[in-house]
Design a protein. Structure first.
Length: 611
């Protein structure tokens, strides 16, 4: 019985992985071959070459890079570029190398933010364009398609605050139906021309690249679209586990390959002029059974919404990781699920993302135009991840994985060179969005370091001399007071002002220090009961993906605070970037708002800092 339940649970996790992990890569067949055959003639030689490139791209950049190499590296089961950075940092102690690793990870995070804007835009827009193949709607205009896309986008972002917990259970089954429909439609088309399966041979991909010169690189920049979303296999590993994602990938991979090859067979059945006038996937499905087209289109729209939802959730998770690792400013975070740690909502990020997606839709108007801009951020992120993996495997002295990673980076570099051709055609927008995110990270990290240097903290030994004199005088207040500090051995200026100069010392005083660990999960409490008479300390060590519930931890430690003191920085900056840092700090919540502490107990103490 237990074994049957375990098997059922495993099967359920595989289904869940279909909905939460494979939405992006699973909706790539909607536009990938359509865009490719706009830039190269659909001759038999070219079709075989393109299909071979698609097949081996998924093998090398998804299967090898992520399911084999990346998934062998984790921190307490978690994955993602931030995790790779933390793993690598544990091996590298040199100052310059640590700085380089940090900035490479900042670039990776920033590029993923750019990807998070383009993915919902291209996914939903490409699905809505399928309306053009419904009888009677053939002449629907671009403006109408854009308006419908905008309505769906606004509705999608508007429901984020409610949480996706209740509907997320349906994502997996819907995506199973989606991948099954891709497999069946591809197989039906493939049976009419099974010879296209010869394209699994890498010979056709190499031959295509050798005989097409610069055009081959243009095609390569579009072929990468078949692998977009591949990084989600690794990034979402902590939510679902390695095994369910790998098992789901086997089914997804077969469905995608059969569908792409089926599309290739369909392209070869058409005149060359016809190919450039239609969406290959929609045209293929409609040619098989017209009455099934509308249900397929509805399914397509549902799949693209699920793919967009997965990307929105990924951006929330990425920003949360950034907040907890101190590279992003603090934002108000809402937890939309009581049992799923990954279910969070960040209001300001949600609306900024929505505005950016709407801007992209209005700017590009058609999915083929967006596809021309899509891929740079994805490819650059994949390349950075591989660089980290090579570095880690060399430190681990794992020769086999190092050799594989070196091969993968060669392929990555070719794709990266190819996607540079997209920059003049709108690809620069992913760089612009990424640059905004990177500048925010840079200013925040640099500003915090400058403030810390200007922060005249007092060593606890020096502080205790004055503290003990006041405490022994008996001029103390009843109850327990908390004082938030960066560490238990250094006393911040605001506490010196309030306790030593202001004489506000309670019967019980507790220093509370919150330390973010390098690992993603785990909460540890270190209680120091007797630093001095009436003074104790509590160090809370927490993983950067954990939800931090201070009131709950205090209750577990039997600390009932009457008041909670914290410092408020009044920053006077001279340099421009520090002025921007000061502005960001003023308009974003402070850490007591982020931690959702009881307001009736809070007392902020102002400290002037000149930087």
């Amino acid at each position: 019985m237990d074994k049957a339940n375990t098997e059922q649970t495993k099967f359920g996790e595989v289904i869940k992985a279909m909905g939460l992990v494979f939405g992006d890569i699973g909706t790539s067949p909607i536009y990938t071959l359509t865009v490719i055959f706009l830039v190269t003639a659909p001759t038999q030689q070219n079709v075989y070459g393109v299909l071979s490139l698609v097949f081996w791209t998924m093998i090398i950049l998804v299967a090898v890079e992520y399911t084999i190499l990346a998934m062998s590296l984790s921190s307490k089961g978690e994955g993602g570029i931030v995790v790779l950075k933390e793993i690598l940092s544990s091996y590298v102690k040199n100052g310059r190398s640590v700085t380089l690793i940090a900035y490479l990870s900042y670039i990776g995070v920033s590029l993923l933010m750019g990807d998070g804007v383009i993915t919902p835009a291209i996914s939903i827009l490409s699905a809505v364009e399928g309306l053009q193949y419904i009888p009677g709607l053939e002449h629907i205009g671009i403006s109408e398609i854009v308006i419908i896309t905008l309505i769906i986008t606004i509705l999608l972002f508007s429901v984020q605050s409610k949480g996706t917990d209740k509907v997320a259970s349906s994502f997996g089954p819907i995506m199973v139906i989606w991948f099954s429909s891709l497999f069946i439609s591809g197989l039906i088309s493939l049976l009419h021309n099974p010879k296209v399966l010869y394209a699994v041979s890498p010979h056709y991909a190499i031959d295509f690249m050798l005989h097409n010169g610069f055009t081959g690189f243009i095609v390569l920049s579009e072929v990468i679209l078949c692998a977009t979303g591949g990084e989600a296999l690794y990034a979402d590993m902590g939510h679902l586990g390695k095994t369910p994602i790998k098992k789901a990938w086997h089914f997804v991979f077969i469905a995608l390959v059969i569908n792409y090859f089926g599309q290739g067979a369909f392209v070869l059945s058409l005149n060359q002029g016809e190919v450039t006038k239609l969406n290959v996937l929609f045209g293929m499905v409609k040619s098989q059974q017209k009455f099934l087209y509308i249900p397929f289109l509805i399914l397509t729209l549902m799949a693209t919404i699920i793919a967009s939802q997965a990307m929105i959730s990924a951006v929330f998770s990425l920003v949360y990781q950034g907040i907890r690792t101190h590279i992003f400013p603090l934002f108000r975070v809402s937890y939309t699920s009581s049992h799923l740690k990954s279910q969070i909502y960040i209001n300001s990020v949600n609306w900024a993302l929505m505005i950016s997606v709407i801007f992209m839709i209005l700017l590009f108007k058609e999915s083929k135009n967006l596809a021309a801009a899509y891929g740079f951020a994805v490819t650059a992120t994949m390349t950075l991840s591989t660089v980290f993996m090579i570095w880690i495997f060399s430190k681990q002295k794992d020769k086999l994985k190092l050799a594989l990673a070196l091969f993968v980076i060669l392929v990555n570099i070719n794709f990266l060179i190819a996607v540079f051709t997209k920059l003049p055609h709108g690809g620069y927008w992913s760089v612009v969005i990424g640059a905004i995110a990177f500048l925010t990270i840079y200013i925040w990290v640099k500003g915090n370091k400058t403030v810390f240097k200007s922060f005249r903290s007092l060593p606890i030994d020096t502080y205790l001399v004055s503290y003990e004199q006041i405490y022994e005088s008996g001029n103390i207040l009843p109850g327990t007071a908390l004082f938030f500090t960066k560490s238990l051995d250094m006393i911040p200026p605001y506490m010196v002002h309030s306790t030593i100069r202001g004489g506000i010392i309670y019967e019980h005083n507790v220093l509370v220090s919150v330390v973010t660990m390098d690992s993603p999960r785990g909460v540890q409490k270190l209680y120091v009961p007797e630093i001095a008479e009436g003074l104790s300390g509590l160090e809370i060590q927490v993983g950067y993906m954990e939800r931090l519930d201070i009131p709950k931890i205090l209750k577990e430690t039997d600390i009932d605070a009457k008041v909670m003191f914290y410092g408020v920085d009044d920053i006077k900056a001279k340099r421009l970037y520090l002025k921007i840092f000061s502005f960001i700090k003023k308009v974003t919540p402070n850490f007591v708002q982020f931690l959702e502490l009881p307001y009736h107990k809070l007392h902020g103490v102002l400290t002037r800092i000149e930087i």
